[in-house]
Design a protein around this ligand. Structure first.
Ligand code: UFG
Length: 336
């Protein structure tokens, strides 16, 4: 990319948790950015000063068509969508609407405007409850909840459309994203977070009485669920590296797991929290949460081999301490 001008990147959902970190990573690397966000799970407070910010939906076709042309968008990073596994079970049509149908609308407008690259926010949830670990990209896609199914449908749309239209895409399958920008310019503020690291840091700061461990009777070493936690800033850096790769090789698409390839149990995460806090944060052993697969651990071989990307924050203690520092900045859910 050195030497060639960087195209303007539309970041959908750029006001949200992962999108806002991608905005920072893009800007730090010198890319012009435009943010489109409907504020369904954000407020715009994480969007840096000077970034053109449009409040609206990716499903609003005239809005999207207009801004793609007006801002001369040359690539899209697509984060906008709904992302709570449990909610997707109780309100499945919301997930097919916000994740699948809205992505379809965005994709058609993108193709009509001739935008040549898109990086899509996919998920490990497309694999369901896998039989073997670590999970390779070619392993069976058998989602066990509508959230995973809605994202897998979008991946299939991208693959089919990219065969016949003039664009290439990256589908980045996130494992468990956690932490905050180490400079505390962004972090998780979602109105509806149910994620373990967020909940645990809230408990550590007495914003809630304790953290629940959802099940200790899984077929895992300590009985609690195992996940592959990735620092949000490393994930954001992977997006920039993926976009650079899409531009460098417009004939190739990228489908990549995003994790460190290391599994940690819920209990191990809470033990790491205790180490960071130098005290025991109250926890309560509870029953299983519906829809949780016992173990999800990525093979990140393809990610490491394909992209110019090296993790810089691959330590659960750093993930937790950055998340904790960010949580300390929040008053009534807003950074101060
Ligand atoms: N957990 C608890 N207590 C809590 C919250 C969570 O024990 O208060 C447990 C869950 O039961 C699960 C683990 O912590 O075993 C991780 O749960 P999260 O809610 O933090 O994350 P999920 O694994 O459910 O889902 C996340 C993303 C999905 C993504 C998935 C892929 O939200 O979008 O990771 O690994 F698909």
């Amino acid at each position: 990319m050195t030497g060639s001008p960087k195209p303007t990147v539309l970041v959908t959902g750029g006001g949200g948790y992962i999108g806002s970190h991608a905005v920072l990573a893009l800007r730090d690397a010198g890319w012009p950015v435009v943010v489109l966000d409907d504020e369904s799970n954000s407020t715009g407070v994480l969007v840096p000063q000077g970034v053109p910010y449009i409040k609206g939906s990716i499903a609003d076709r005239p809005l999207v068509a207009g801004l793609l042309r007006e801002h001369g968008i040359g690539a899209i990073m697509h984060f906008a969508g709904s992302m709570l596994v449990a909610e997707s079970v109780t309100d499945p049509l919301k997930y097919y609407r916000n994740n699948t149908l809205a992505s379809h609308a965005l994709l058609e407008e993108m193709i009509a405007a001739g935008v040549p690259h898109i990086v899509f926010s996919s998920t490990a949830a497309i694999y369901g409850a896998p039989e073997r670990l670590p999970i390779e990209e070619g392993d069976p896609k058998l989602p066990i909840n509508p959230y995973g199914a809605s994202k897998w449908m979008t991946e299939q749309m991208l693959a089919d459309a990219a065969r016949v239209h003039d664009f290439n895409y990256a589908a980045l399958r996130y494992f468990n994203v956690a932490g905050a920008d180490p400079d505390l310019r962004a972090g998780q503020i979602g109105k509806t977070s149910t994620h373990i690291v967020k909940i645990a840091t809230e408990a550590a700061l007495a914003k809630r009485p304790h953290v629940d461990v959802f099940g200790t009777d899984y077929p895992t070493p300590d009985g609690s669920c195992v996940r592959d936690y990735i620092h949000v800033s490393d994930l954001a850096a992977a997006h920039v590296a993926a976009l650079e790769q899409l531009i460098a090789d417009p004939d190739e698409n990228l489908v990549l797991n995003c994790g460190y390839g290391t599994g940690l149990s819920v209990i191990e995460v809470l033990d790491a929290l205790d180490v960071v806090c130098q005290r025991k944060v109250p926890r309560a052993i509870g029953s299983r949460r519906p829809g949780d697969p016992p173990q999800l651990v990525a093979s990140n071989r393809a990610l490491v081999e394909t992209l110019d990307w090296t993790p810089a924050h691959a330590d659960i203690h750093q993930i937790i301490s950055d998340a904790l520092a960010w949580e300390r900045k929040l008053k009534n859910g807003k950074p101060v």
